[in-house]
Structures are given as C-alpha cells and as structure tokens.
Design a protein around this ligand. Structure first.
Ligand SMILES: [Zn+2]
Length: 285
C-alpha cells in the first residue's frame, strides 16, 4: 500500500528524527527483508545521517563514512520511533540513537526490502537505476508525462503504474489521479489530447498533495490496518460517485483491481452518449 506520499512522509519523519542525532548501534533480524543483500552490513550503518533521498517508493540513506542503505516499504513496512525498551510488533531492523530512542523498521508481511551498500552505489542499484521520473522530487509537466507514457501500448493506468516510466504511483494514486483527471483507466495513452495530458499531470500532483496531507504525522496508517478510506474513487466500487452520483465501477486490469466512475471517466470521451444518459445522471443529483 505505501506509495509515493507515504514513503515521502517516512523520509521526512526519518530526517527529523535523525537530525542532530547519532546512530550508536544498528541491528537487523534474519528475515527475507534482506533477500539478496548482505544483512551483516546493516550493523555498519552508524553515526550521523548525511542525507536521505527518495526516488519513487525507494528510500536512499547515506550515513557518514559513505555507508548507504536502500529501503523499500513493500506492502506493510513502516519506520516507527519508540523509547528504548518499548517492544514493537514485527520489528525487523533497528537504529539505536544517542538520545535513547530507537527507530524500528516494522513489517508484518515482509514484502519490504533493505539493501546496505556503499552510498556511492545507491543510484546504480538495479531497482533504482531503472526508475522513471519522480513527480515530486524531479517535477512532472504535461510534456514530460506525455513523453514518458505516450508511446506505451499498455492501458493508461497500467502505464501510469510502470515504475520505469513515472515512478511512485501505485494502484491507489494511479486510480485517484485518473479520476481527478476524468480519464478512463483503459484509455490508450496514444489517444490522449494535449489538454488531457495537462489534466493528468495536474491530477497526479493533486493526488500526491492529498496523500501527503493525509499521511502527515509520526504514525502512518494504511488502509490494510483499517484506516478510514478517504480516497475519492479507490476502494469505492458500488457506491455513488461524489461528483456525479453514478455508481463507481471496478474491474481487473493488469492483475489489479481498478476503480473508476463510468460517467466522469468515459472510455470514449469524444462520443456523446446517444440516449443522453450522461445528462440524466448529472441531473439526478
Ligand atoms: Zn462520477
């Protein structure tokens, strides 16, 4: 579930928690969070945090001495700060600070990933070097969005979730951005007009801004944990669209469940509905 906004909030929290502090001890349990990586190197992540960058859903730590860490939250991963001695369920790795606090990486389902490596190699890691443009860290204009997605033969939403094109959007924020832009998830990217690319770029930024606002604070709350669903269309199949009152639909696309409003996000936008269904639905509200 964590997408760009949740990972960005984690980044901001970690920067704040580590500001002016030193990591005096680092330890990690033997779990599959470290699959393919050298878990024993985690213990060398000590001293001051020099920088913490985010690309898409990846966090890239640089500690003093040039020691680096790549972290991905997976589905249920989160960083939590607790006083020393307070147990944290599903804690998989820990930074002990000179303040007596501990930053835990907790992950119940173990889809998260950690890879310690020299900081100079962080952007050369396979997972990181192939990432496309990050809308928040690097900016994303309508032209850049069209350049990244316009040649894709995949459906628009599938292309939007392709981390090699634009990075950071997952199933939730891709659905939200398309709803905000009034674009059907199954549209062919090549069919979008310049005005539609502009609407989609604006919608991506709006969806990220909404997510950042929603998730701010020390304790992230994911839908999987029973957090209230405050999204506009994601997870709302069978309920009335907040904008037009039509029933939100869901279907499977690229192996994932997609949600959209059939009235606000027409699959064939140029074609007027012959029976005037659209007007009737709008008037009903
Ligand atoms: Zn609608």
């Amino acid at each position: 579930m964590p997408e760009l906004p949740e990972v960005e909030i984690a980044r901001r929290n970690l920067v704040r928690w580590l500001d002016g502090r030193r990591v005096v001890r680092a330890e990690a349990d033997d779990t599959r969070v470290f699959r393919g990586a050298r878990r024993q190197d985690f213990a060398s992540l000590q001293g001051r945090l020099e920088s913490l960058e985010r690309r898409g859903k990846y966090l890239l730590f640089t500690f003093e001495g040039g020691r680096g860490l790549m972290a991905h939250l997976g589905m249920t991963g989160r960083f939590l700060r607790r006083p020393e001695g307070v147990p944290v369920p599903y804690s998989r790795a820990r930074f002990y600070l000179d303040s007596g606090e501990v930053i835990h990486f907790a992950d119940s389902r173990l889809f998260g990933r950690m890879e310690p490596c020299p900081a100079s190699r962080l952007y050369a890691l396979d997972a990181v070097k192939e990432l496309g443009r990050d809308p928040l860290a690097e900016g994303l204009t309508a032209g850049q969005l069209q350049e990244a997605l316009g040649t894709s033969r995949q459906a628009l939403k599938v292309a939007l979730m392709d981390q090699g094109r634009v990075t950071g959007l997952g199933n939730i924020h891709a659905a939200e951005a398309l709803y905000r832009a009034g674009l059907h998830p199954a549209r062919a990217p090549a069919s979008l007009s310049p005005a539609e690319w502009a609407r989609l770029a604006d919608a991506i930024h709006a969806s990220i801004a909404f997510g950042l606002e929603e998730q701010q604070g020390d304790e992230p709350a994911y839908l999987e944990d029973g957090a209230e669903n405050r999204f506009l269309v994601y997870g709302r199949a069978g309920t009335p669209c907040a904008r037009c009152g039509a029933t939100v639909e869901s279907f499977t696309q690229g192996g994932r469940t997609t949600h959209c409003c059939p009235q606000c996000q027409p699959l064939h936008p140029a074609r007027k509905p012959p029976d005037g269904r659209r007007k009737t639905a709008a008037r009903r509200r």
